[in-house]
Design a protein around this ligand. Structure first.
Ligand SMILES: [Zn+2]
Length: 100
């Protein structure tokens, strides 16, 4: 999860980016010249278990066994009263009211 901090002429407001991964767009029929989707409607983390997989399975969908990147990403920006905790992934945006 990422946070965005807007500084509008000294007035600070905080937002967080919430990522949701919806239907799977992985075309399983691409090698045969047609479109074949698996019908997965939402990414659920933690699918495939493989001892040789050092990356782990957090990015593999438990429903369809496809990587998360095949799922349509939906981003929601919602205001938060203040940062809940220190966060490494923060985007600072300073808005100059004279250019708006
Ligand atoms: Zn899936």
């Amino acid at each position: 999860m990422s946070q965005i901090v807007f500084d509008f002429d000294g007035e600070i407001s905080y937002y967080e980016l919430v990522m949701n991964y919806k239907e799977c767009k992985h075309n399983h029929g691409v090698h045969y010249g047609f479109v074949l989707l698996d019908g997965c409607v939402e990414f659920i983390s933690g699918g495939r278990r493989n001892e040789d997989d050092e990356v782990g399975d957090a990015l593999i969908c438990a429903n369809c066994n496809c990587h998360r990147n095949f799922h349509r990403r939906e981003v929601t920006i919602r205001p938060i009263p203040q940062p809940r905790e220190p966060h490494n992934n923060v985007i600072y945006v300073t808005l100059d009211p004279s250019v708006i």
